[in-house]
Design a protein around this ligand. Structure first.
Ligand code: 15L
Length: 276
């Protein structure tokens, strides 16, 4: 059985993934925080990926890394810089030094959030980040490309939409990613024998999708869920209005917001240095 490190394992996506992959892989769960939900055989390795020594410690002896750790929304530059730029670099570099070849990098729809909602984009479009957070995800994709080309690492980038048991609003009808589809795509990222560097969209088979996800299909992805099942219910409670710019672009409020409440707090001691 493969040993798989999940960074940011205490977050929502990490928790869904740990539940879905339990028993399939030996999961090493790493986070700054306590795990809200615990699953049999999964132990926490507490780490701050902004510290290189921690990144080296957690990546030792694993077969693959799923690097979820970091800021998961728009926020102050300092938090993004340390968790998503420095932290991401540390995880890639530590994995390389420890001889870990395979990295699954969950990037985000916010790497391309400034494409309009009337556009369909595929994995070859140039990035159009909608936030500092989106820029940090583009950085991670670029780093993955460098580590694949220069060091022969195998990097699978998933531009994730929104992971939830069900879509939560109209925008998410286009980008919803069910937990079981997430697990299927991540498994492809870990197991596919021919990954060098790939970008795919981490979304279910949604009728209203903004993505041509043919690259994921080429690698064997067959989503089982479609947000359309929930469309009537979601649309009936959707309130009209909203910021016209947010409504126009795929990234929604990320295209206008300077900060969105962050589910992953900064490590103690760094909080005072937050800037707005
Ligand atoms: C993301 O990238 C975030 O990590 C997540 O919290 C959601 O905000 C999601 O995008 C989204 O666009 O709904």
């Amino acid at each position: 059985m493969k040993t798989v490190l999940i960074t940011g394992a205490a977050g929502d996506v990490g928790t869904h993934l740990r539940r879905e992959l339990a028993g399939k892989y030996r999961i090493r769960a790493s986070d700054l925080r306590d795990l809200k939900e615990k699953f049999k055989g999964q132990r926490l390795m507490r780490a701050d990926i902004a510290k290189f020594a921690d990144a080296l410690r957690i990546t030792r002896g694993v077969d693959a890394v799923i690097h979820l750790g970091g800021y998961s929304v728009e926020g102050p530059w300092e938090g993004i810089l340390s968790a998503n730029i420095v932290g991401c670099y540390n995880v890639f570099e530590a994995a390389r030094r420890n001889g870990v070849k395979r990295i699954v990098f969950p990037t985000s729809n916010h790497a391309t959030g400034f494409y309009r909602r009337d556009q369909t984009i595929d994995h070859r479009v140039y990035p159009r980040p909608d936030s500092r957070y989106g820029v940090s995800k583009v950085f991670g994709e670029a780093l993955g490309s460098l580590y694949a080309d220069k060091y022969g690492m195998e990097v699978f980038c998933m531009r994730i939409g929104n992971v939830n048991p069900a879509p939560i609003d109209k925008r998410r009808l286009s980008i919803w990613f069910s937990p079981r589809d997430l697990a299927q795509l991540v498994t492809i990222g870990i197991e596919h024998p021919e990954i060098r560097f790939e970008i795919v969209y981490g979304v279910s088979g949604n009728t209203r999708s903004w993505y041509d996800n043919s690259n994921a299909a080429r690698l064997g992805y067959r989503p089982q869920d479609n947000a359309e099942t929930f469309a009537q219910e979601i649309l009936s409670r959707e309130k009209p209005g909203g910021d016209p710019k947010a409504e126009k672009y795929q990234g929604g409020v990320f295209v206008v917001a300077e900060e969105i409440p962050n589910p992953a707090p900064l490590p103690r001691g760094r909080q005072k240095r937050r800037t707005k």
